[in-house]
Write a protein that binds this ligand. Structure first.
Ligand code: HEM
Length: 403
C-alpha cells in the first residue's frame, strides 16, 4: 500500500441519533473500516476533530504526550454534550506531572487489596436489596431494586457522603451527565455538588473518617492538592462512580437475560464469572459517541495524515473494543475469550480510577442474581424495554424481571 501523505478525509457530521438497545453504532463501524484516522463534527461546539477508532490508533492517541488534556480547557471544540462534564481543575483535564500528582492522592483507596476488603460489605448490601426485591415479588424492576441503589450506596459510602444526602446526590449527578436537561441546569448541578464536597471536605479535614474524602482532605493538608482540585476530583469520581456502574451493570443484566444460555452457563460454571464480566465490559457500548478530546501541542504525523497543532483528537474505546484486527469475531459475546485486552476502562494516564471497584461491584451484583434467581428472565419481550434517549451513557430506563 502506498504510504504517500494524504489530505485529511472529509469530516462526517455525527448526529449521534439514539442507537437502539445495545446495538453497536453503525457510524462507529464505518469509521473503524476507514484507512486513516476519521474526521468528525459533533452536535455541539465548533469546527472538526480527528477520531481514532482502530485499537492501535486509540492506544497511540491516549498515550502520546503530544496530545494534551490541559490544552482542551477553554476550547469550544466540537463535542456531543452542550457542556463539559468535569470542572476545569479536574483530573480529566490534567496532564502529567500534575495528573500523576492528583491521581496519587486517591491511589491508596483504589488498590486491589482495599477493594477486595470492601467486597463482603458490598455483598451484604446487595443481599438486603435483593431480599426487598423478593418480598415485592415479580415482576420487579431490577434497576430500581438493585443497580441504581447499589451503585449510589457503593460510591457514596466510599466517598463518605452521609446517607441522608444520597437522594440529593442522585438528582445532581443525573443532571450533570444528561445531554438532555440543558446546559444551565447541568452546570448548576455541577456547581452544587462542588459546593457540597467543599463543605464536607472542611468537615473531614477537622474530623477525619475512613473514607475517600478524608484521604483527599489529608492530602490537601499535606499540600499535595489544592481545594479546587480536590473538589473537582471528588465531583468527577462521584458522578462517574455512580452512573457508570449503574448503567453498565444494568446493561450486563440485560445481555445475560437476552442470552439465557449464557446465564445458564454462568450458573453451571461459576468460576467463569470474572472472565464473563471482562467480556461484557468489552462488548457493552457504554456511551454514545465519544468522551473528551485531547488537543495536539505540535504537528503529529499518523500514518498518511498529519494532525496539526491545536487540532482536537478523540479516541473511541468502544470502537477499539470491536476492532477485528485485535479481537476475533468482535461482535460476538464470547465468554471463552481467554486473553481480553479490552479498553472499556480507557488507556494511558487517564485510565479509569475506579476500574477495580467497578469490576468488584459488577461481579457481586451478577453473582447474587445468578445464585438467588436461577430462572431470572425479562418480564416483557426485549423489544418493549425502554432505552435512555439523548443521554451520554447508554442503558435501559427500567429492567422488569420475573423469576
Ligand atoms: C463500568 C463502570 C465504568 C466504566 C465503563 C468507566 C470507564 C471509564 C473510562 C473509559 C475512562 C477514561 C476516560 C478518558 O480517557 O479520559 C474513565 C475515567 C475515569 N473514571 Fe471510570 N468507568 C467506570 C467506573 C468508574 C468508577 C466506579 C469510578 C469511581 C471512582 C470511576 C471514576 C473515573 C474517573 C475519576 C476517571 C478520570 C480519570 C482521569 O482522567 O485520570 N469510573 N472511566
Amino acid at each position: 500500500m502506498s504510504r504517500q501523505p494524504m489530505d485529511p478525509p472529509p469530516a462526517r457530521f455525527w448526529a449521534v441519533d439514539d442507537v437502539h438497545g445495545l446495538d453497536f453504532d453503525p457510524a462507529m463501524k464505518e469509521m473503524l473500516a476507514e484507512e486513516s484516522l476519521a474526521r468528525i463534527r459533533l452536535p455541539h461546539g465548533e469546527g472538526e476533530a480527528w477520531l481514532a477508532a482502530k485499537y492501535e490508533d486509540v492506544k497511540f492517541a491516549t498515550c502520546d504526550p503530544r496530545l494534551s488534556r490541559e490544552a482542551l480547557v477553554g476550547r469550544n471544540v466540537t463535542r456531543l454534550a452542550p457542556h463539559f462534564i468535569p470542572l476545569d481543575d479536574a483530573v480529566g483535564f490534567a496532564d502529567p506531572p500534575q495528573h500523576t500528582r492528583l491521581r496519587k492522592t486517591v491511589s491508596k483507596v483504589f488498590t486491589t487489596r482495599r477493594i477486595a476488603q470492601l467486597r463482603p460489605h458490598a455483598e451484604r448490601i446487595v443481599d438486603g436489596l435483593l431480599d426487598e426485591m423478593e418480598r415485592c415479588g415479580p415482576p420487579a424492576d431490577v434497576m430500581a431494586h438493585l443497580n441504581t441503589p447499589f451503585s449510589l450506596a457503593g460510591m457514596s459510602e466510599l466517598m463518605g457522603v452521609p446517607e441522608e444526602d444520597w437522594p440529593k446526590m442522585a438528582d445532581w449527578t443525573r443532571k450533570v451527565i444528561s445531554a438532555g436537561v440543558g446546559r444551565s441546569s447541568s452546570e448548576r448541578a455541577k456547581d452544587e455538588i462542588g459546593e457540597y464536597f467543599d463543605t464536607l471536605a472542611t468537615r473531614r479535614r477537622e474530623a477525619p473518617e475512613d473514607d475517600l474524602l478524608s484521604h483527599m482532605a489529608a492530602a490537601e493538608r499535606e499540600g499535595e492538592l489544592t481545594r479546587r482540585e480536590l473538589v473537582a476530583f471528588a465531583v468527577l469520581m462521584q458522578i462517574s462512580g455512580m452512573n457508570s456502574v449503574r448503567f453498565n451493570s444494568a446493561n450486563m443484566v440485560y445481555l445475560l437475560l437476552t442470552h439465557p444460555e449464557q446465564y445458564a452457563r454462568l450458573r453451571r460454571e461459576p468460576h467463569l464469572l470474572p472472565q464473563a464480566v471482562e467480556e461484557l465490559l468489552r462488548f457493552i457500548p457504554h456511551r454514545n459517541a465519544v468522551g473528551m478530546a485531547r488537543v495536539a501541542t505540535e504537528d503529529i504525523p499518523v500514518g498518511r495524515v498529519t494532525i496539526r497543532r491545536g487540532e482536537p483528537v478523540y479516541a473511541s474505546y468502544l470502537a477499539a473494543n470491536r476492532d477485528p484486527d485485535r479481537f476475533d469475531d468482535p461482535h460476538a459475546l464470547d465468554f471463552d475469550r481467554g486473553f481480553n485486552p479490552h479498553l472499556a476502562f480507557g488507556n494511558g494516564p487517564h485510565y479509569c480510577v475506579g476500574a477495580s471497584l467497578a469490576r468488584m461491584e459488577s461481579e457481586v451484583m451478577l453473582r447474587a442474581l445468578l445464585d438467588r434467581f436461577p430462572d431470572l428472565r425479562l418480564a416483557v419481550p426485549p423489544e418493549e424495554i425502554r432505552w435512555r434517549r439523548g443521554e451520554l451513557i447508554r442503558g435501559p430506563e427500567a429492567l422488569p424481571v420475573a423469576w
